[in-house]
Design a protein around this ligand. Sequence first.
Ligand code: TXA
Ligand code: MG
Length: 364
Amino acid sequence: LRNPQSIFSVGSEEAAVMEAVNFLKKEEAIGMPTETVYGLAANALSEKGISRIYSVKNRPQDNPLIVHVSSLSMLEKIMPNNTIPPLYLPILEKMWPGALTIIVPKSDIIPSAITCGQPTVAVRFPSHPVARALIERCGFPIAAPSANSSGKPSPTLASHVFNDLNGRIPLILDGGQCDFGIESTVLDGLRSPPAILRPGGCTYEDIRELPGMEKLQVYRKHFVDKQLEMVPTTPGMKYRHYSPEAAVVLFEYPLENSRVTTLSQAVNQEIEKLSAAGQQGLKIGVLQTGDNFHCSDNGTVQIVQKQMGRATHPEEVAKAMFVAIRDLDTQGVDYIFIEGISEDREGMAVMNRLRKAATTIIQL
Ligand code: TXA
Ligand code: MG
């Protein structure tokens, strides 16, 4: 996809990648597909490229960026003394390339604009063939946050990037829909015990199986006496995030078997409350897993029901979630009611994102 306004194919994939390489060499920022979400890419070793990232997506200056590499030797080259902390080696062997970001010590090669002055840097080796080809052809590491406008839901289609950043970047490489649909897991193995700072596409269950990860901790939002509490983890976690235009109401419930009855009752109750408040022309999107249940429009509200995968397959929900939320936003709904899922596997990252997107959480 190339600006201005027009969307067209550049020809071969190789030609498109080389065009992107040229922009990155000129210290521009462009849209890049990865297996997790789309990234806003720039040369990680260029101060000017990095500052383009912050200004294009209007990102707070104290939220550090992830550096993307295309090989272990590229990682070595940006490490102090060219040495990867040995504790990571068995982990990287199993998880890279993929949806895992690791925290490593920062060397002087990495501009401090990337790390926002922290002594560590976050690094990832993406598996998406287009991202890998791009970094390889550049020969330098690429800094890339998610390619959404700051605060918006993460982009999992090239058109999402286009909608958010149209006119601000010269090129988006369209690699189709992202496989995972949620960002990478950020793992800090330098702490004792090691900790997941942001749950993501690489699951807690899988990382825990790896050598040295037996005591793995997770920092995330959790409930204490029905109040949502947040343990501060990565700098990015303190900002409002993943938020569509519509108000998001998240329904959480622990019951498996009576799922549909409990949920449909609660959803219908909320619809009734809103319609009783007498707001004219109200439009409510209902995002649920599995089959549609009956939602009553009370003759006044307009209801759009959408599915996002099966609750028993959290990877399906992860992949569909941001597409569905953005789609409902495009349809102009005032509220999005979302069914929560269990925190197993990818469900941990799904619930982390939904709790941050939510304006209201209803616990059933
Ligand atoms: O899947 C992903 O990780 C995507 C794709 C494009 O690779 N990127 C992404 O970047 O999600 P971003 O900027 O949206 O999120 C990066 C997260 C933020 O929460 C940030 O605070 C954290 O990583 N982070 C970056 N450097 C850090 C550091 N040195 N220490 C702790 N957290 C760090
Ligand atoms: Mg982001």
